[in-house]
Design a protein around this ligand. Structure first.
Ligand code: DGJ
Length: 758
């Protein structure tokens, strides 16, 4: 057998069998010689390159349409494929659809060649895996259409580091005269040989994002999607297939996500022979890309993983990958500034004096960054005006933004500012001057959302004009942080910039415009840290993380709700990407009163900050917050670097818990929460994970109210993992102590720290 063998890709050159492998995973496919199509052979835990592969091929005789005459086994409907096309004897959902000049969709793409290149692909401004990884290798398979000059390039990247395969597709039109309509272009499709899986995904709505749902697959299709112009609160671009007996800690789980922030579709389709097809990519709804002569279309990258260690293995693979190859390296290891945001403290009602009072208090508490939220520009006293007029409101800030920023800087705090760049209010000079820049058909109904309209970011002039306005503000004052918000979805999509035959490109061009503005800002202001936000978690995805190193996870700041939201987000996103703030009680979204310590004990497991009027707190509360901030700073490197373990789910348990552990420093932090306080509760233990069994650890319970130690003991790792932290005390002969103990309450929390003793 002739082989081409890069370290991670083994190719049987004669039989055209391709094996991508590292120590954790294997991905195997081949070219079917008779028809030149690609057949998926295996994706799962690592195997050696098979001695022979023929036994992996199964073909029953089934009544079907077949590719070859006289051959009852060449129906693509019954073959596990790599990048299928609907209608070519396969009646399942295809990965792509091309409309030819005659109006037909009949394609015949056959294997032409392969190429191996070192490193990740550079996709320009389309978010992609990046940064040096000397083992990363990309296999590109070129498929050639029999009916045109069109080519499809399938890309697969694997590296030694993670159990990750990155897939994407390029559609290439080398023809000099003919155009084609690309109407479906998913990033990947994968056929798995059975259907014994649960589909796990994250769904939600405003203020309740990232809710976990897990259902057994059914015969037919289960889909998640967004056609809202953003990845959306409703569904995150992520899905997992988990064996029914898999758990947090064990069992086979596949995961897939997209490095993309626009409309998407993710599906699991089970056919009548229990073959499961999963696919993910740009939503085909109203998608119609004109593939002009000598042009290409590149899909977003899909990131696939396979774990044998349950959901934890999947999550940690994604989280590592995001930290190492997606999030801007300048921010990954740097401590994130602990911020105060004025939104829930003042809403639109502020002036310079009020803001400076907040900033002074923030400094006294040792915060790092003051973020001025919505309402500083135009005449914005409510949500019905001024978006698109990015000039300072001199009624609120008579001395201007630069004065405010420099006052804040002089206090010793950095200054951050809110923008909503993609939006426009009708009372602005921009709307009067350029009504054609508003998304929508000029003669048809245009719906408002939160009293505002969307700017046509598919038009490069619009992006440039907004960049000019933002750059002028960012140059005018010492601003080191931007919160980029986006508070409505796109309906009645239409761009006056695009010709009729290109309207189907609008949504993708829009999100590329968003990425371009990010690119312009980062290039002009390389030190800027950007937080993304879309009414909370309405655009929290791998694409946006490429540009904005942290995201506002949800507008819901209630600690109990946040347990679920952050737990759900941790299915794939690293803690350091999740903005999480301590806010006031009663909570502004749900009216719940939770202890200040619990609010902090939840927010600590993310990018920490505050969002309440700290000028109206008691001395005790201020002292408590100061202690929290001191503690947060001490654990920040751990939160950014450590591995995250979900110990008990807030979706199913009254006593959720989680842990962060860094195996290099052998330090950890454990959060344990009690939602409701039961009468006469049962005993409870909390088993930790990921520790070194023989290591002696100092286990310390922290009183977050004053940053003091409540208890400390020396325990071996294996005891903490197998017996667990004992959460009850021995009150034998200590009745008095028992009756005087602090009464347990609803919404209580406990925080434990782990360090090594040697
Ligand atoms: C929605 C965001 O999620 C909030 O944090 C705040 O910035 C408001 N928009 C401001 O309008």
């Amino acid at each position: 057998m002739m082989t081409t063998d890069s370290q991670l890709i083994t190719i049987d050159d004669q039989n055209l069998v391709f094996h991508l492998h590292n120590q954790q995973i294997s991905y195997l496919f081949r070219v079917i010689p008779e028809i030149g199509q690609l057949e998926q052979l295996y994706f799962g835990p690592a195997i050696q390159t098979p001695i022979d592969y023929h036994h992996l091929i199964v073909r029953d005789l089934r009544p079907a349409d077949n590719q070859l005459t006289g051959d009852y086994t060449s129906s693509l409907e019954h073959i596990q494929q790599e990048y299928p096309c609907f209608g070519t004897t396969d009646f399942r959902q295809g990965a792509y659809a091309i409309k030819y000049p005659d109006g037909d969709y009949i394609s015949e793409f056959k294997y032409q060649k392969f190429e191996i290149t070192p490193g990740y692909l550079n996709l320009g401004e389309l978010p992609h895996a990046r940064y040096h990884d000397e083992t990363a290798t990309t296999l590109t398979i070129t498929l050639q259409d029999a009916y045109s000059l069109l080519q499809i390039l399938l890309h697969y990247t694997i590296s030694q580091e993670n159990a990750i395969i990155i897939r994407s597709t390029t559609f290439r039109n080398p023809d000099t005269t003919t155009s084609y309509h690309l109407q479906r272009a998913l990033s990947f499709s994968l056929d798995l040989p059975d259907a014994n899986y649960d589909l796990l995904h994250l769904h939600g709505a405003w203020a309740k994002e990232m809710q976990i749902e897990r259902r057994h697959l059914m015969t037919g299709r289960m889909a998640i999607d967004s056609d809202r112009g953003a990845s959306s609160h409703q569904h995150n671009p992520f899905l997992a297939l988990a064996r029914p007996d898999s758990t947090e800690t064990q069992g086979l789980v596949y995961g897939a996500t997209l490095l993309y922030s626009g409309n998407f579709l993710g599906q699991a389709e089970v056919d009548n022979y229990d073959v499961t097809r999963i696919s993910l990519g740009i939503s085909p709804t109203q998608f119609d890309w004109l593939l002009q002569p000598q042009s290409e279309f590149q899909t977003p990258e899909a990131v696939l993983t396979c774990s044998q260690t349950g959901l934890t293995g999947m999550s940690q693979a994604f989280q590592n990958f995001f930290c190492e190859h997606v999030i801007d390296q300048r921010w990954v290891d740097q401590p994130k500034p602990i911020l105060i945001n004025n939104w829930e403290a003042t809403y639109f009602d502020f002036d310079e004096a009020k803001l400076l009072k907040l900033a002074q208090q923030a400094k006294a508490l040792d915060l790092d960054l003051f973020v001025l939220d919505d309402g500083w520009f135009g005449k914005r006293d409510s949500d019905n005006s001024s978006l698109g007029n990015w000039t300072v409101d001199h009624h609120k800030l008579p001395a201007g933004l630069s004065h405010l920023a420099s006052e804040v800087n002089q206090l010793g705090l950095k200054f951050g500012l809110w923008f909503e760049p993609e939006m426009i209010s009708l009372d602005t000079p921009l709307a009067a001057e350029h009504p054609e820049w508003i998304v929508g058909h000029p003669q048809k109904r245009r719906s408002q959302g939160r009293n505002q309209y969307v700017l046509d970011f598919s038009n490069p002039d619009v992006v440039s004009a907004i960049f000019e306005q933002m750059a002028a503000i960012l140059h005018s004052a010492a601003i080191s942080y931007v919160k980029w918000d986006m508070n409505r979805y796109i309906s009645e999509a239409f761009s006056t910039y695009l010709p009729a035959e290109r309207q189907g490109e609008f949504y993708h061009r829009y999100i590329m415009g968003v990425y371009h503005l990010y690119h312009l800002l980062i290039t002009e202001f390389p030190e800027l840290l950007i937080e993304s936000c879309a009414g909370g978690g309405g655009r929290f995805d791998g694409g946006i993380l490429y540009y904005a190193s942290q995201g506002w996870t949800s507008d819901d700041t209630d600690a109990v709700e946040r347990l679920k939201i952050q737990y759900g987000a941790s299915m794939l996103y690293p803690l350091q990407s999740m903005g999480s703030h301590v806010s006031a009680v009663p909570n502004h979204q749900v009216g719940r009163r939770t202890p200040l310590s619990t609010r902090a004990a939840v927010a600590l497991f993310g990018t920490f900050g505050y969002e309440l009027d700290i000028t109206k707190l008691t001395a005790t509360e201020l002292a408590e917050i100061k202690a929290q901030i001191q503690f947060a700073k001490s654990v920040q490197p751990l939160i950014q670097k450590g591995k995250f373990y979900r110990l008990a789910s807030p979706f199913t348990s009254n006593r959720p818990a989680w842990e962060v552990y860094d195996s290099e420093t052998k330090t950890g932090l454990i959060g344990y929460y009690q939602i409701l306080n039961p009468a006469n509760p049962s005993y409870h233990r909390l088993q930790l994970r990921g520790l070194v069994p023989t290591q002696k650890y100092q286990l310390t319970e922290i009183n977050l109210s004053n940053n003091t130690i409540l208890s400390t003991e020396e325990v071996f790792g294996d005891e903490l993992q197998n017996i667990g932290i004992i959460l009850n005390k021995d009150y034998t002969n200590k009745a008095a102590e028992y009756w005087q103990r602090p009464q347990p309450t609803d919404f209580a929390s406990r925080l434990f720290q782990l360090k090594t003793t040697e």
